[in-house]
Design a protein around this ligand. Sequence first.
Ligand SMILES: *Cc1c(COP(=O)(O)O)cnc(C)c1O
Length: 434
Amino acid sequence: MQASSNENSIGLSQDDLTFDAKHIWHPYNSVTRRLPIFPVASASGVRLTLTDGRELVDGMSSWWSTIHGYNHPELNAAIARQTQNMAHVMFGGLTHQPAIELAKKLVAMTPEGLSTVFFADSGSVSVEVAIKMAIQYWRSLGNTRKKRLLTVRNGYHGDTLGAMAVCDPVNGMHSLFRGMLLEHVFVEAPQCRYGDTWEERYLDEFTDAIRGNHEDLVAVILEPVVQGAGGMRFYSPEYLRRVKELCREFGVLLILDEIATGFGRTGTLFACEQAGVTPDIMCLGKALTGGYMTLAATLCTDEVSHTISDNGVFMHGPTFMANPLACSVAGASLDILNRGEWQSQVKGIEVALKEELQQLAELSTVADVRVLGAIGVVEMKEPVDMQTVQPMFVEEGIWVRPFGKLVYVMPPYIMSREDLALLGQGMRNVVRRL
Ligand SMILES: *Cc1c(COP(=O)(O)O)cnc(C)c1O
C-alpha cells in the first residue's frame, strides 16, 4: 500500500507542476513571480520525501503542528476508525462522541477554570471566536461602550480581518488594509527577555495604556511567553503575570492565544503555566490534531460562558464545527501527549538545539540565537532572500522555511539526536553562506 502510493506521487509530471504554477495560489506567494515550491510525495516520521526521491529532515513540523511526526500509526488508526463510523455531521442540534471525548480531555488538561469549549475550524477562526466572546460578554452585562482590544507589537493571531487587526501593525500589513481593520490599542512588545531579571519599568507602557483605555477595552489579547510568527520573541512569564493582575484590576478580559505555544512546545503543556496564569479565554489550534487536520478550539471560563448564555446564545457556528474526523485524531494526539514522553523529548530538543545553533551567534551576520523548549531561532541582521535561501536548505537535506530576518526551527517532538544534528549542520551551512 505504502510503496505503491509513493510511486504514484513520485510520478508527478511536469504538466502537473506547470498546472500548479499557473493555477494554484500558495500561501504568501505570487502567481506571476512565484517563490520556490517543492513537490512532496510522502512524509513519514520526521522526513518529507520529495517527488524526485530526496529526503528532507523536517524542521518546521508543518507550521508547528506535526508534533508526533508524520504517518503516525495511532493517529492513522484513529482517523480510519472514525471514517468507518461517520466522517461528518453538522454540530447544530447534534452531538457526538469524538467531540465529547475531546472536550473532556481539553478541559482536564488546560488550566483550572477553563470549562467550556467552542470548536472552530482554524486558529484564525478561534481568535475571531475569542474576540466575539469578549464582546458578547460585555454586551450581556449591558456595557455597549467597550469596543477595542489592547495588545502588544510583534504579535501574530491569524490572517482573517478580525485577527489581523491585533497582529503587529507593521509586519501584519495593517497599512495594506488601512481603513478595513478595527483600530485597537498597541503598546511595545514585551521588552523583558525570557530568563532576564524583571524590572518594573518593563510594564510602564502597558500600565499606562490599560489605565487610560480600560473603559473602552473588551479584552487584552497576547501570545503567552513566545511571540510566534510576528517575531519569534521569547519574553518573561513575569510580564504575563503582571498583565493578568492589571486585567483584573481594571476589569478587562484576558485572551491568551496558545495556538503556537500549546501542547508542550515551550517545555510546559501550555505556556501560561510558566506564569501561573489562567486566562478568561484561551485559543488552541496548530498541534491540536497532531498536524493531521484543521481544527481549533476556544475555551473560556464559566464566568464568560454563563454571562453570555444567561442573556442569549453565542452567535457563531461554522459549517464543519467539531468535525468528527478532526476530533477523533485530536483525541488520539492528546492521548499520546498524556502519556508524558513529550516532556523529555522537548527538553532533549532544547539541549540539542542550543548545542547545534549557539555557535552561530559569533557570526557578524547574526543578531541573536535563542532557544526555548522545542523552538530554535537564529535572527539575522538582514532579511533573508527566500528565492535563494529556500533551495539552499533543500540542498542540505533539511526543510526550513524562514521569514523576514528569522531562520528558525520547531521540530517534531520525536526527532532523534542524530536527526537534530543533521538539522543543525544544515542550518549552520546555510546561515554561514548568508
Ligand atoms: C498560526 C497561528 C494563528 C492562526 O492559525 P491558523 O490555523 O493559521 O488560522 C493564530 N495565532 C497564533 C499564535 C498562531 O501561531
